[in-house]
Design a protein around this ligand. Sequence first.
Ligand SMILES: CC(C)(COP(=O)(O)OP(=O)(O)OC[C@H]1O[C@@H](n2cnc3c(N)ncnc32)[C@H](O)[C@@H]1OP(=O)(O)O)[C@@H](O)C(=O)NCCC(=O)NCCS
Length: 430
Amino acid sequence: MTTSTDFPIDETSRARLAEQSLTMRLVDPSDPDDHAAWFHAETRGFLGPTPPDEQVEARRTGFVAGRRLVGVLDATAADPATPVATTTCWPTDLTVPGRRSVPAWAVSGVTVAPTHRRRGIARALLDAELRTAIALGCPVAVLTVSESTIYRRFGFAPAALARDVTVLTRRVRWTGPTPTGRVHFVSPEQLREVGHRIVERVRLESPGQISYEGHLWDRQLGLAVGDSNAMNLRFVRYDDADGTPQGFAVYQLKEDPSDFVEHDVTLHALVATTTDAYAGLWRFLLEMDLVTKVSAHLRPVDEPLRWMIDDFRAVRVNEFDHLWVRVLDVPAALTARTYASPGQLVLAVDDPDGPAAGTWAIDVDERGEATVEATHEPADASATATALGSLYLGGVSAATLAATGTLTGDAARVDATFRSTVAPYLSIWF
Ligand SMILES: CC(C)(COP(=O)(O)OP(=O)(O)OC[C@H]1O[C@@H](n2cnc3c(N)ncnc32)[C@H](O)[C@@H]1OP(=O)(O)O)[C@@H](O)C(=O)NCCC(=O)NCCS
């Protein structure tokens, strides 16, 4: 059986880049030199420092099964062994509405060296990845972005937003539920297994989450080799009244050198399987002595925190796009999720030369399950492929998309079908 790692390189893009005397090929992670050159290129592409050898090797051995690396090489460069462009992609499980998941092609590590930019290399790589995803049977592709201006042209659109929150803790009095369990300090090693089990237990709760392990999980814990910030991290686990772990938080403290009572907490992760654990961990963070501010990155848009303290305005919020989705196989993608209300919606998708194009009859039964088929019936609404990407997880309203002109027709009906009762959320970068 062909797997994502041995699936051949996309011939169309390979030939297109060969016209520029560039070689697009798979990188072999079992070959330390081949992998190291690719990893140095990717790190350089993201403006990072040159990684030490042990970090390069740890990344190589920490790759999860199915991770595919692609490099573009320029034989005329002074350093012809280091790729001038990179991607890495792998199959993951994307949570969709209905507490279920769909196979998704995670696209990451997209870089083109500044010496080779704006000559179509990224386009060749992205086109290749989308064709590869389709060939491997992934109905959607997903990514998180450095710049939100790049990926719309490839049919991706924001489907899950996220928030940075800053809490001015001196203004906070806890009014939420009184936690019944306990907070324990633990080491990252103590959290490695139990923390991952907690992450897995909540994964199906929010559309937009993806399965992750290996390096992506180690990075959350500061356990990735070469993580220069690791020594600054603190780890707490929340156990319920029966002593069962139900959540954890990873944070760091920063001192104000001019005033010891003005420490800042930066919260890197807070994952809870119960409201009790959620309240217990947040309350622990907000009531710490010598701390005036807690800043948290990548929090859900429907975080209950502000309803658990007496001063709503003690929390400042900055919202941004986070998970971008590209629908590649409309029937497979749309039947993978469930829908809020029964009935039929005929949706025309405008995707010039793209795989989502067509008019699709979406028939939702009483249980919220859909059958989706191509149809010649008149459409109730029309959407661009990017609008479909935003609709897919149920977090962006059709009314909003209608205002942008990317959706026309009966937006209320589209909303009645597509909206999710749970706001989509992805808790990591990848
Ligand atoms: C973003 C990046 C990969 C683009 O590579 P590239 O080879 O220069 O891109 P291409 O020449 O193939 O351009 C493809 C299209 O994207 C557009 N584009 C490229 N980079 C863009 C950017 N940063 N912002 C907006 N549009 C961009 C091009 O104008 C072109 O548009 P068009 O074909 O519709 O006219 C490259 O600049 C890079 O490595 N940046 C730093 C790392 C990074 O941010 N990677 C993205 C990770 S999510």
